[in-house]
Design a protein around this ligand. Structure first.
Ligand code: HEC
Ligand code: HEC
Ligand code: HEC
Ligand code: HEC
Ligand code: HEC
Ligand code: HEC
Length: 254
């Protein structure tokens, strides 16, 4: 399905209040599959490799003394304190892919995670929550054992949003109507490596991204006319509803 069609489909499904996204049975990463490394993935997936190379994830250079190294690397191993690859690479989002890489073509799809084909919105957001959430494990220390395809929220408690804190977009989103009413996930607004994406890894620029669903608010001057917050020249949706890029999508105070 083309991305646009997918977004519309999810908007409709969300509006009906259903949580099932796909019809096909979900793939799983076999417990014994190992990390293959992004180089190997890129040999077969050339388009994804090229598009991904232009993204902030691919360009990210982690600091050597990161406090939570698992949020800055791929395949960080608690036992050894070492990662398979620095930064955010293919298998951070798609799962350990060695078995997929070596499998027969007809089996490949069942052995790797395509976030679009997961059967619950929480499993999609789980992938991003490995790094973009501020949490406490229900048991033991962070990070929790997690493989894409699973639901990380069964293993963690999100902490309350802290003003000015980076990397807590999941905590912010789950408190908003976008989550509670729309079951919205990160990947409805953000792409990871598709062609034509724009800065911020957005699928579309604001305001187009927002007016897909909020056509009634397209006339900004009108919808702020009776409010103390009035629109100024150059303001757009995120100026007022995402100050400092905060993902709570709240209305400005009266
Ligand atoms: C030897 C070639 C090869 C390698 C190496 C390979 N893939 Fe694939 N991959 C494929 C093929 C072929 C398909 C399509 C299978 C199909 O459509 O049934 C595929 C499909 C996929 C899909 C889509 C699955 C779906 O359900 O839509 C993802 C995601 C993916 N690969 C990621 C990866 C990642 C990540 C790596 C590295 C760990 C990797 N691949 C390594 C050949 C490869
Ligand atoms: C930050 C998370 C993330 C990273 C890192 C990532 N992907 Fe993906 N990938 C996704 C998501 C999300 C999708 C679903 C499609 C979309 O969002 O448009 C996807 C889709 C795919 C697909 C299926 C495309 C299709 O048209 O069916 C392939 C193949 C793939 N990725 C390969 C890769 C390879 C190879 C790398 C590394 C070079 C990589 N991905 C890195 C998140 C990621
Ligand atoms: C309704 C659309 C929407 C959803 C859903 C959404 N985002 Fe965003 N996100 C945006 C927009 C718009 C920006 C601002 C981009 C810019 O200014 O360049 C942004 C910016 C970001 C940034 C950059 C912030 C910074 O301070 O540098 C990150 C990281 C991010 N989003 C991650 C996420 C994650 C993770 C999720 C899921 C929990 C998510 N987003 C869900 C629309 C969305
Ligand atoms: C392994 C950890 C990890 C995973 C998994 C991950 N991210 Fe990120 N993400 C990062 C890091 C680290 C940065 C860079 C932060 C910085 O530069 O301050 C980042 C940056 C971003 C940005 C900022 C782009 C910009 O313009 O600066 C967006 C948007 C984003 N991630 C979305 C996502 C989404 C959506 C997912 C899930 C599909 C995801 N990320 C999965 C670690 C991760
Ligand atoms: C896929 C559809 C969709 C997209 C895309 C979308 N929204 Fe929403 N948004 C909703 C729904 C559904 C609600 C809940 C409406 C309701 O309850 O009346 C909502 C509610 C809101 C609210 C009201 C929050 C409140 O507390 O009353 C704001 C503000 C908002 N969205 C801003 C945005 C912005 C800004 C963007 C773009 C970055 C955006 N939305 C993108 C569907 C969407
Ligand atoms: C200058 C600031 C500003 C800008 C720019 C702005 N809004 Fe708003 N928006 C507001 C205010 C203020 C309210 C609250 C109105 C109220 O409380 O009655 C609001 C309310 C909303 C609501 C909730 C409507 C409801 O009936 O509850 C949505 C959805 C929304 N805006 C979406 C958008 C979208 C989409 C854009 C971009 C096209 C946008 N806004 C641009 C200030 C702004």
């Amino acid at each position: 399905m083309k991305t646009g069609a997918w977004i519309v489909a999810i908007a409709v499904i969300g509006a009906l209040g259903l949580t099932v996204l796909a019809q096909e049975p979900q793939a799983t990463i076999p417990a014994d599959s190992e990390y293959a490394g992004s180089k190997l993935c890129g040999m077969c997936h050339k388009d994804e490799k090229t598009a991904f190379a232009e993204t902030p994830h691919a360009k990210y250079v982690p600091p050597a003394d990161a406090l939570e190294p698992w949020k800055h690397s791929t395949g960080w191993d608690k036992a050894t304190g070492e990662a398979k690859e620095p930064g955010v690479q293919c298998e951070a989002c798609h799962g350990r892919g060695k078995t997929h890489a070596g499998a027969k073509t007809e089996d490949k799809k069942t052995l790797i995670i395509n976030p679009l084909n997961l059967d619950a919105p929480g499993k999609i957001t789980s992938i991003c929550a490995q790094c973009h959430a501020y949490y406490k494990p229900k048991e033991g220390d962070a990070p929790v054992a997690f493989t894409p395809g699973e639901n990380i929220f069964e293993k963690i408690d999100l902490l309350p949003v802290e003003e000015g804190k980076a990397m807590q977009q999941v905590n912010e989103l789950v408190g908003s109507l976008h989550h509670t009413k729309q079951h919205m996930t990160c990947i409805q607004c953000h792409t990871s490596h598709t062609e034509g994406m724009i800065p911020g890894n957005l699928r579309k620029a604001v305001p187009d991204l927002c007016v897909q669903c909020h056509a009634d608010e397209a006339d900004i001057a009108k919808h702020t006319e009776a409010h103390t917050t009035k629109a100024k020249e150059g303001d757009t949706c995120d100026t007022c509803h995402m100050p400092d890029d905060v993902h709570t999508f709240a209305k400005p105070p009266k």
